[in-house]
Write a protein that binds this ligand. Structure first.
Ligand code: SF4
Length: 405
C-alpha cells in the first residue's frame, strides 16, 4: 500500500507545485501587461467611448447617467449589429435620449491613416488611434468564395524580437485596448459595408479573425479576451469562436486560460524544431522551450479533430527547411490534432533571410503530408504592397518624422 501510495502523493505534490508556478507566472505576465496599458476611453471633452465596454460596464455607464439597464440591449444592437456610429440613427431610441447619449458618449472607429489594396485584393489598413499610435490590419479575401480573414493587431510594436519578423524590429509602445481591437474589425467591415452583422449561417465577407498581426496577443490577454467576447456576442457581431484563431509564439502560462475561457482556435508560431535554432529565430523559446510548448498544445482545451491546432512554419532557405527538419516536425506533433501552414518568407529591407526554393518547399510539404497532416503552402498575398507585418507602420513613422514641424 505504502509503496503504491507514496509516488502518487509525490505526483500530486509535483502537479500542485507546477500549477502554483504556472499561476504565479500568469500573474506576473498580467502585471507586466498592465504596465503597457492603453489610454483611457474618456475623451478630452469628457465623453466616453462605448465601443470596447463589456455589457456590464455599459450598463454601469448608463446607470451613471440615470438610464435603465435595458438600454444596454438596445445600444448593443445598434452598435454591434447595425454598426451605427451616430446616435441619431438609433430609431428605437427617443430623440431626447439620443441627444443625451451623444452628449455623454461616442461610438468611435480608429482612423484609417493608410489603406492599400493589392492586385490580388488583399487590403491593408494602417489604423491610427486617438493618441496617434498606429497598428496594421489586413483583410485577405478567399478568391474562390465570398469570404475572407481579417488579421488583427494586438499591440503597437512587440517585445519579442522574432528575427524573421519586421514588427520584431519595432519596440513595444503599448498594448491595444479592447476598443481598438474590436475597432479594427468594425472599421474593416465599414470599408466593405458589411452591416448589419450577418446572422447564423448567412455568408460573411469578413468571415474569420486571425489574431496574428502586430504583437503577441497573449502578452495582452485581458484586452484580447474582452474584445473577443464582444465580437462573439450573439446579439451583436456574433462571430463564432470557431472562426477566431489566436496565434502565439508560445506564452505557455496563458495558453490554458485562453482555451478554457475563450475556446478559440490556436495557432503556434513554431518556425523551428530544435531548441538551439528556435532560441535564435523565436527568442521566447529560451523561456518556453519546444518540448514544454508541445506539451501545452497537447492539453489545449479547445483543440479537436474538427478544430485543429495550426503550426505556422516560415520557410527560410538553408535555415529550417531541410527534410530532417520536416521529419522532426512530424515527430514532435504526432498525435496532436494539427495542421501545418508552410509560409514562404516574404523578404523585407534589412532582413538577411531568403525564401526557400519551390523544390524545397514541395519536399518539406510532402513529408508533412505523408505523415497525415494537412500542410498547405500559404502563398504570399499582397506582394505589390508593403506586405510584411509592420512595414506599413515603419513607413508611416518615417513619413511623419520627415514632415516639417
Ligand atoms: S512574429 Fe509576432 S511575436 Fe514575433 S516579433 Fe513578430 S509580431 Fe512579435
Amino acid at each position: 500500500m505504502t509503496a503504491v501510495s507514496a509516488p502518487a502523493t509525490q505526483h500530486t505534490a509535483d502537479t500542485g507545485l507546477a500549477a502554483a508556478l504556472t499561476d504565479a507566472e500568469r500573474q506576473r505576465i498580467l502585471a507586466k501587461s498592465a504596465l503597457f496599458a492603453p489610454p483611457s476611453g474618456v475623451l478630452p471633452d469628457g465623453r466616453r467611448e462605448l465601443v470596447g465596454l463589456s455589457r456590464e460596464e455599459m450598463t454601469q455607464a448608463l446607470l451613471e447617467i440615470g438610464e435603465k439597464p435595458f438600454r444596454t440591449k438596445q445600444l448593443w444592437h445598434w452598435i454591434y449589429h447595425q454598426g451605427v456610429t451616430d446616435f441619431e440613427r438609433m430609431s428605437s431610441i427617443a430623440r431626447p435620449l439620443q441627444a443625451k447619449l451623444a452628449e455623454r458618449f461616442v461610438i468611435g472607429r480608429p482612423e484609417a491613416a493608410t489603406v492599400q489594396t493589392s492586385n490580388d485584393d488583399t487590403r491593408k489598413f494602417l489604423f491610427r488611434f486617438r493618441d496617434g499610435q498606429e497598428a496594421e490590419t489586413v483583410y485577405i479575401p478567399d478568391r474562390r468564395e465570398d469570404r475572407g480573414a481579417v488579421c488583427i493587431s494586438s499591440q503597437v510594436g512587440c517585445t519579442l524580437s522574432c528575427t524573421f519578423c519586421h514588427t520584431g524590429t519595432q519596440k513595444l509602445v503599448r498594448n491595444l485596448g479592447a476598443a481598438e481591437i474590436v475597432g479594427q474589425f468594425m472599421a474593416a467591415r465599414d470599408s466593405y459595408g458589411e452591416w448589419p452583422s450577418p446572422r447564423g449561417e448567412t455568408p460573411r465577407l469578413l468571415s474569420t479573425i486571425v489574431l496574428m498581426g502586430m504583437g503577441e496577443p497573449l502578452y495582452n490577454y485581458e484586452n484580447i479576451a474582452k474584445a473577443m467576447k464582444i465580437i462573439m456576442d450573439g446579439e451583436g457581431i456574433g462571430l463564432s469562436r470557431r472562426r477566431i484563431t489566436l496565434s502565439t509564439s508560445g506564452v505557455i502560462p496563458m495558453m490554458d486560460q485562453c482555451g478554457s475561457e475563450l475556446g478559440i482556435n490556436l495557432a503556434i508560431s513554431l518556425h523551428a524544431v530544435r531548441n538551439d535554432l528556435r532560441d535564435e529565430i523565436v527568442p521566447l523559446n529560451r523561456k518556453y522551450p519546444i518540448e514544454e510548448l508541445i506539451a501545452a498544445c497537447r492539453r489545449y482545451p479547445a483543440a479537436s479533430n474538427a478544430r485543429r491546432i495550426t503550426f505556422e512554419y516560415i520557410m527560410l532557405r538553408g535555415i529550417n527547411d531541410s527534410e530532417a527538419d520536416a521529419r522532426e516536425l512530424v515527430r514532435l506533433i504526432a498525435g496532436i490534432p494539427a495542421k501545418v501552414n508552410l509560409i514562404p518568407f516574404n523578404p523585407w529591407p534589412g532582413s538577411s533571410y531568403k525564401p526557400s526554393t519551390r523544390e524545397q518547399l514541395a519536399k518539406f510539404a510532402q513529408i508533412v503530408m505523408d505523415a497525415g497532416f494537412a500542410s498547405p503552402i500559404r502563398m504570399p498575398r499582397g506582394r505589390d504592397i508593403l506586405a510584411a507585418c509592420g512595414q506599413l507602420r515603419t513607413e508611416s513613422q518615417r513619413e511623419r518624422r520627415n514632415q516639417p514641424a
